[in-house]
Design a protein around this ligand. Structure first.
Ligand code: ACM
Ligand code: ZN
Length: 597
């Protein structure tokens, strides 16, 4: 038995929430227990600077504290604390890779020393989540002098070969209007602010290399040209890993799609599914080495990392976010690529008991449904499922959340009327899952239309304007109309501030329950006849909602409305029918009336 990868890491964000020395040591024990060997310790960010730097005391006098309402929140590790934690980790074969963020995510630093920013304005330590425009000024040599002194103290504390310098999500807004930054661009013969970011990272890399250390940064360090010896941690998919490995750089794979342990583990059926949803099974399916690398390039994949960003995870929430997904990741990082979900799932049942014995407050999955069908005409039999051994499922049908005294689920439930089931998983130790709420609706099957002449394609009406929800199309005059084979935003004129209504017929091939899905950014709605079947309206990023109806074979009038405000635009219309997997509604299911009625 030997590890597949030499870098088996987890990121712990102790900036957004400060975590005590004992808590960090406990995490080191948990990592070692799972045969992992890197703790990527995220120590600085907009919302808090957490490591004592002797030459710059304001970093921890000012930068370690933020206001939460009228409360001062924060904390930091003294250099003695750091030495103690590093020694503790070393004794358990864990390397701590410290991350000192630059040039972005640096509000806590510029709040402590405003002269390091472009404007020199006074700042507060970040008190909201997100990305801030005020960052280090690379036009100012004092910025590099400061960072070299900070990194020198960091290097003295951490024996790690690698020092992480962040590099992600740095807005170029201030640099564009800063005379010092513009002078730097001119003097160094740089093309633009992206190359200025590259200049920044290269200069820091030269310093780290001169001290015998290697630089690692997030995949944004590829922007404007990668520093000659840099290692890239790919988080926005694996494109960064592929590009870096192809040009001979080492990489760590930690894409949001499989490694972001701050994402939700469970989404109830009536809640929107956003990108930030990461179930255990998907984590287990992770392949850190991109298939399109040659064997030679693939050697640059040093390993992988799970990331626990802590905006929504103070200490008491961390176990729940991390476990059992880290168990899946640890197997991904240790074992050969051949993996078997059923086998892992079986072994996990034993592992839950080990985690119990260690007092780990892992996520408990709520009960699921054996069938996705939640609508019926006469009656329905409902089977609840659980994916954990040694648990009981308790449920209610009166709208009240289940307690440890609610009815225990044993046999399938039989409903002849619309019923809301609330169910929870309880472990023998008395811990429990979130509530899963499932509504089973008694509905009337819809009637197909008859005797219409149809032609291929959908009609669309395209409107220009600024909306925050689907407008009342009938009250508006379209800027364009036409017929297209199927839903396609590509034919419309603007990229922002428009709405479109698609009208036509959907053909159901057999009788049964149909599920319709709308994934959109921004809002969308789907009607069949006069029934609003899917409501995914409102200003939002890419998210999916669904709805179910009962159809007989035949044609149904279908309308899909969509609006786009600014930013990303997307619309995907899919369905699932009797014996048919989820699929896009392609042209073959669509038509429109040959004569307008
Ligand atoms: C990141 O999640 N901004 C690396
Ligand atoms: Zn500047």
């Amino acid at each position: 038995d030997e590890p597949r990868y030499r870098w088996r890491g987890m990121l712990l964000d102790c900036s957004r929430h400060f975590m005590s020395k004992d808590f960090v040591k406990r995490y080191i024990d948990l990592l070692a227990f799972h045969k992992m060997n890197v703790l990527h310790w995220h120590l600085t960010d907009d919302q808090g600077w957490r490591i004592e730097i002797k030459q710059f005391p304001r970093l921890t006098e000012v930068g370690a504290w933020r206001m939460e309402g009228d409360q001062r929140y924060g904390g930091f590790y003294t250099q003695d604390d750091v030495r103690e934690i590093v020694a503790y980790a070393q004794s358990r074969n864990i390397t701590i890779v410290p991350e000192i963020e630059m040039p972005g995510h640096s509000m806590a630093a510029v709040a402590s020393y405003p002269e390091l920013s472009c404007t020199g304005d006074p700042f507060e330590v970040g008190a909201r989540w997100g990305v801030f425009d005020d960052v280090y000024c690379p036009g100012n040599d004092a910025t590099f002098d400061f960072l070299e002194k900070v990194l020198s103290e960091v290097i003295d504390l951490f024996p790690s070969e690698f020092i992480h310098i962040g590099g992600d999500e740095c807005p170029k807004t201030r640099w564009k209007s800063c005379p010092k930054c513009q002078a730097r661009i001119h003097d160094e013969g740089l093309a633009d602010e992206r190359e200025l970011q590259s200049y920044f990272i290269r200069r820091i890399e030269r310093f780290l290399n001169s001290k015998g250390r290697r630089l690692i940064g997030w995949d944004e360090i590829l922007e404007g040209g990668l520093a000659p010896n840099a290692t890239v941690q790919s988080w926005r998919g694996l494109e960064g890993a592929i590009a870096a490995a192809r040009s001979g750089h080492d990489v760590i794979s930690s894409p949001t799609s499989h490694c972001y342990l701050d994402y939700a583990q469970f989404v109830a059926p009536d809640e929107p599914i956003r990108m930030g949803h990461l179930p255990l099974e998907r984590v287990y399916s992770f392949e850190p080495t991109p298939a399109d690398l040659t064997p030679e390039q693939a050697k640059h994949v040093l390993g992988a990392e799970g990331n626990l960003w802590s905006e929504h995870a103070p200490e008491e929430r961390v176990d729940w976010q991390v476990f059992p997904r880290l168990c899946a990741l640890s197997e991904v990082m240790w074992s050969p690529s051949r993996r078997d979900w059923t086998d892992f799932h079986g072994r996990l049942q034993t592992h839950y008991r080990r985690l119990d014995a260690m007092g780990v407050g892992y996520f408990i999955p709520p009960p699921g449904l054996a069938s996705p069908i939640r609508v019926f005409t006469d009656a329905i039999d409902v089977k609840l499922t659980t994916s954990m051994d040694n648990t009981v499922v308790r449920y209610t049908t009166d709208g009240i959340d289940p307690t440890d005294e609610s009815t225990v689920y044993r046999d399938p439930l039989h409903f002849a009327q619309t019923t809301t089931v609330k169910a929870k998983t309880f472990t023998v130790r008395g811990r429990s899952s979130p509530v899963a709420e499932y509504i089973f609706r008694r509905i009337v099957p819809l009637e197909p239309i008859s005797n219409v002449e149809t032609s291929a394609g959908l009609k669309y009406d395209y409107y220009e304007g600024k909306w925050e929800q689907i407008p009342d199309f009938d009250a508006l005059t379209p800027a364009a109309t036409g017929v297209i084979p199927t839903f396609d935003l590509g034919v419309h004129k603007l990229d922002e501030y428009y709405a479109v209504r698609y009208r036509g017929y959907f053909e159901a091939l057999t009788d049964g329950v149909y599920t319709f899905y709308l994934m959109s950014d921004d809002g969308s709605r789907l009607w069949i006849g006069s029934d609003l079947v899917v409501d995914n309206d409102g200003l939002h990023g890419c998210s999916e909602r669904s709805g179910q109806v009962i159809l007989r074979a035949g044609r149904y009038p279908m309308v899909v409305g969509f609006f786009q405000a600014d930013g990303v635009q997307s619309l995907e219309v899919q369905f699932e029918g009797p014996g048919m997997d989820k699929r896009p509604i392609s042209a073959s299911y669509l038509s429109h009336a040959s004569v307008d009625r």
